[in-house]
Design a protein. Structure first.
Length: 320
């Protein structure tokens, strides 16, 4: 083959290689973001805000797929078993880290089975009661619960809420009967009407009703009072000495997702999180916390997992 033909062949091969690379460059089709809870709550709103930001930066539609049920296990299981090609992601709650400790039916043995991509802010969990309940403080509520001839009913829809509720009832010496729901939107009507007497909920799910006077916020699982709610005490101020719950939302991929795809997604999350639109939505939802890298996300996942495991060891808690 002469030099001219050799150069022509090399040129054609280069063009073909570039064409194939362009066709297969990630992402080249819509991405599915699984949210393991029902639509309508603050975590769902945060996921949708992130999906919009990611779509703008990745050049592909990011579709939110709500998969509630089994205490977030259904959605997490769907993401766990997906192809690790970057087209299926999980918008996990911190409570997903506790699922293996709390349930024998968890689809994964450890939250680190997933590929960590990024962390965004989390929901602060607070105990709220209907205004019809004769209590304005946690201590008054504990006294009311102990004196009630029937167990007071607590609505719940994920394990992080169960953990905070368990910390409260254990520290103050009373019990609440757990009533399961798929999500905060399904729980709130019964709480507002007094058919439930308590719930631990993210601030974003209850704040409008607290401000309207229909709900009373008795305490929040934080180290310091929140600037947006200066009159609401921390749990520690009410006699609950347990370490505040780790709260965050995690973007995770299936196991063994390629490093280059992880980094592409992590960069897109960082870029989306600094936009005015995303920040405004997080402020509205009262979701706070930094954006973390894949390595930092893995460390926070391990810390959350350890916190739940310790809670289960100390209390024997289970959601089965």
């Amino acid at each position: 083959m002469n030099r001219w033909n050799t150069g022509l062949v090399a040129g054609v091969l280069a063009l073909l290689t570039a064409s194939v690379a362009a066709q297969t460059a990630y992402p080249n089709k819509p991405i599915r973001l699984i949210v393991p809870i029902a639509a309508g709550g603050p975590s769902d709103a945060a996921a949708r805000a992130l999906a919009r930001g990611l779509a703008a930066r990745l050049g592909q539609q990011v579709v939110v797929d709500n998969r509630p049920g089994a205490n977030t296990g259904i959605g997490a299981g769907a993401a766990l078993n997906a192809d690790p090609d970057g087209y299926t992601l999980l918008f996990a709650l911190a409570s997903n880290a506790g699922l293996p400790s709390l349930s024998k039916t968890s689809p994964y043995k450890s939250i680190t089975d997933f590929s960590p991509v990024a962390t965004i802010g989390g929901n602060t969990q607070c105990l709220v009661v209907p205004s019809s309940v004769p209590a304005k403080t946690l201590v008054e509520f504990a006294t009311h619960a102990k004196a009630s001839p029937q167990p007071l009913m607590r609505g719940a829809n994920n394990v992080s809420e169960d953990m905070v509720a368990g910390q409260i009832t254990s520290a103050l010496g009373f019990t609440l009967e757990r009533v399961p729901y798929k999500g905060a939107p399904q729980l709130l009507p019964d709480l507002l009407e007094g058919r439930l007497q308590a719930a631990v909920l993210p601030i974003g799910a209850s704040i409008s009703h607290v401000r309207s006077g229909r709900l009373v916020m008795l305490g929040c699982s934080v180290a310091e009072r929140m600037a947006a709610l200066p009159t609401v005490p921390t749990l520690a101020e009410s006699g609950v000495s347990a370490v505040p719950l780790i709260t965050a939302h995690f973007v995770l991929g299936p196991p063994r997702m390629p490093a280059e795809i992880v980094e592409r997604l992590a960069t897109a999350v960082r870029q989306a999180a600094v936009t005015a639109e995303f920040k405004q939505e997080m402020d509205r939802l009262l979701i706070v916390g930094p954006v973390r890298s894949p390595a930092e996300t893995r460390q926070l996942l391990l810390q959350a997992e350890a916190q739940y495991a310790q809670y289960v060891r100390e209390t024997g808690a289970s959601i089965d």
